[in-house]
Design a protein around this ligand. Structure first.
Ligand SMILES: [Fe+2]
Ligand SMILES: [Fe+2]
Length: 308
């Protein structure tokens, strides 16, 4: 299992990642099962807007540690919230405005990850994956496509919480290790030589190495396994069956499909029907059968494929 578990004590000033945005500093203190705990420090006289932009079901909790805030109510009146007070939203579709009276520190807990919108790590990884996809013209938007399909399959499988989050990041960044490969190998005009093939097979390990140094370290294993196959014929380690994580088995199916159905520098794209045919014949052998079935269902719903 790759769920991070354990008892952690961190000293003041240590955080997973710190970012400054507008007039606030945010420290990501802890994350787990999709939830995040942040420390916010906001300058005086700043307006904070409280709203739930994503899903209204998210619970957001704010505890004032230091300083004070004025709640600017819709009816024109106001009230003060100060150290020791707290407020939270749940199933909230409205908007509220608050103003800091002085430098204010708030402990913020969210049941859905929001930090990734502003995280430097995610931005770095996005830059790297864009570079990879630019170098290899044929893989343009490949990560995004794999992620989109992965989220469709995940909702059919009832994958939620931390596992869903891991799948989303891992599918988007699965080929990040290609950043370390020579450009000539990435867009070689011919089918890769044996030496080039050896080099290509290292990208899942490179990917894990890059990711393990970041706050997304818990997706390292999935990234490393995305070319493994159930029968042990994959790389880099030839892992078999459920030694390969479910998230990696999901990515493997979509990744193979996307590779088959887009033009490669050395091979023309196959038709969707041909590609589905290959997935079907490898279902239960190389690919997870349930994942293949659900993926075909998704393609049918998209009107891209008809099983009859
Ligand atoms: Fe890959
Ligand atoms: Fe890929």
């Amino acid at each position: 299992m790759i769920i991070m578990s354990g008892f952690y004590i961190e000293k003041r000033g240590s955080s997973l990642e710190k970012v400054s945005q507008n007039s606030a500093t945010l420290d990501l203190l802890a994350r787990g099962d999709g939830a995040e705990v942040l420390l916010q420090e906001i300058e005086a006289d700043k307006i904070i807007q409280i709203s739930s932009p994503n899903r209204p079901s998210v619970m957001e909790f704010f505890y004032i540690l230091e300083g004070s805030i004025t709640w600017l109510k819709q009816d024109g009146t106001s009230s003060e919230i100060s150290a020791g007070d707290y407020f939270y939203i749940n199933y909230f579709k409205g908007k509220e405005h608050l103003k800091t009276n002085e430098i204010t520190k708030i402990l913020y807990v969210s049941t859905e990850p929001i930090f990734h919108h502003i995280s430097y790590v995610i931005k770095d990884f996005m830059n790297m994956i864009n570079q990879v996809e630019e170098k290899d013209y044929y893989t343009h938007s490949h990560g995004k496509r794999v992620q989109d399909y992965a989220s469709r399959i995940a909702s059919k499988m009832g994958i939620a919480g931390e596992s869903f989050e891991r799948l989303m990041y891992a599918s988007l960044f699965h080929d990040i290790g290609k950043i370390k490969m020579d450009d000539s190998i990435l867009n070689g005009k011919n089918y890769p030589t044996e030496r080039e093939w050896e080099e290509i097979q290292k990208h899942p390990i490179f990917g894990r190495e890059i990711i393990e140094k970041s706050l997304l370290r818990n997706i390292g294993e999935i990234v490393e396994q995305h070319h493994e196959r159930l029968d042990g014929s994959g790389y880099p380690y030839g892992l078999k069956g459920d030694k390969i994580s479910l998230e990696a088995r999901i990515i493997a199916v979509i990744d193979a499909f996307d590779a088959m159905t887009t033009d490669r520098s050395y091979a023309k794209a196959k038709s969707i029907t041909e590609a589905v045919g290959e997935l079907k014949s490898d279902a239960g052998v190389k690919f997870d059968e349930d994942v293949v079935d659900l993926f075909i269902e998704v393609l049918e719903e998209e009107g891209l494929y008809n099983d009859n």
